[in-house]
Design a protein. Sequence first.
Length: 227
Amino acid sequence: MSARVLLCDLGGVLFDFDHPHRLRILARACGSSPERIHALLWESDFGAGSDEGRYPTAAEVRVRIRAVIGFPGTDDELDAAWCAAYRPNPAVIDTLISGHGLPMAVFTNNGPLEEDALPRLHSQAFAPFDRLFFSHRLGHRKPHPAAFAAVTMGLGVVPGDIVFIDDSGANVAAARRHGWQAVRFRTPGTLAETVREYAADVQPSLDRELGDRHGRETGMPSGPGGA
């Protein structure tokens, strides 16, 4: 069991996700109810459309939100309210920066407003990650096969080189169908076990690769007895 990239879901893994909290904040700001805000933005096709790239920029998403629910505050206030659903999970972040040696990336079903605002609001949580894959740039959300294909291509690896952590069983199953190694997130403790399992193979894999490269360059076999 080896990997070249550790790929992590955002909401429900790297961040705790509390949608009702966001609804309450938006409703309070707009003088409305959480139920009405949810109906207008998430029972319509707005939320899914944003995640799939219908609105190319964060500015366009803000304009649409204001038009739909009448949010009266500044852009910064809207960003904070919209992203109030997301709170970094310190135990997960500590596990992911534990020196396992794997490059890391994020793969999330989210739109341009989240991509613009979350890394600004929570810069330390995003700092360890080499790449961020937001679904609005892919044109599809998980678990659509095209989303997994686009991320694989973006990472520049073969599917089996990817270890994917997601809290959704449907997303994990779709990732496995695409050839990824995928694990469903349960707790920070089980995540730590998963990271240790894959990290244990990182250095041996690198040693084998370097040995093979040395053999190709010198014409000498690698491994025991190769010197």
